[in-house]
Design a protein around this ligand. Structure first.
Ligand SMILES: CC(C)(COP(=O)(O)OP(=O)(O)OC[C@H]1O[C@@H](n2cnc3c(N)ncnc32)[C@H](O)[C@@H]1OP(=O)(O)O)[C@@H](O)C(=O)NCCC(=O)NCCS
Length: 154
């Protein structure tokens, strides 16, 4: 049943949103910087689906989405053009270690390249050693930059 060859990769569609929200919930449970809030996650996913500058990749097996990642474009003055921001990289626990994460990342990078991006970037929890090892194995390197953010009052 869990033959990796049976996994299909495709762009996500609106009908996938409930399952994508559940996968992001699994991810945010690991990442202390983020809060599990299904309504917000759904809103964010729908905004990404509607954006021409974003793409959501889904891995599907047995008619269920078992992995995802999102990628969106920013303009980098350092690069002199588009850069791809990869987020929401997560594979269902039962499907990990079968090459799905690697395939999702490869496809996210390929999409960013196809949009003219010359770099991809992402944020990872500094304590998420398995994920950091996973990225290191895919050619990602740490930069000297750290991430700061500030909530804006509405
Ligand atoms: C990180 C994650 C997306 C990897 O997906 P996956 O489908 O399990 O990974 P793959 O099977 O494609 O593995 C790809 C490579 O990474 C390596 N790898 C995967 N998980 C690893 C781990 N926990 N520790 C070290 N290496 C790992 C694999 O050995 C493989 O190496 P190879 O290319 O030399 O064969 C997945 O484990 C996951 O969903 N983790 C929880 C969510 C998370 O932490 N996401 C990252 C947020 S920044």
């Amino acid at each position: 049943m869990d033959d990796p060859k049976a996994v299909r990769f495709r762009g996500a569609e609106p009908r996938d949103v409930p399952r994508l929200v559940a996968l992001i919930g699994e991810l945010f449970a690991l990442e202390t910087a983020f809060i599990v809030d299904p309504a917000r996650q759904e809103k964010g996913l729908r905004a990404l689906l509607a954006s021409p500058n974003a793409h959501i990749l889904a891995a599907e097996a047995n008619n269920q989405v078992v992995g995802m990642c999102t990628v969106q474009l920013t303009v980098s003055t350092s690069e002199g053009g588009p850069s791809g921001l990869i987020e929401d990289v997560v594979v269902d626990r039962a499907w990990r270690g079968k090459g799905i994460g690697r395939a999702l990342l490869d496809r996210a990078e390929a999409w960013a390249r196809s949009q003219g991006a010359s770099r991809v970037q992402l944020l990872a929890d500094q304590h998420n050693t398995p994920a950091l090892d996973f990225y290191a194995g895919r050619g990602w390197t740490l930069t000297p930059m750290v991430c700061l953010n500030k909530k804006l009052a509405r």
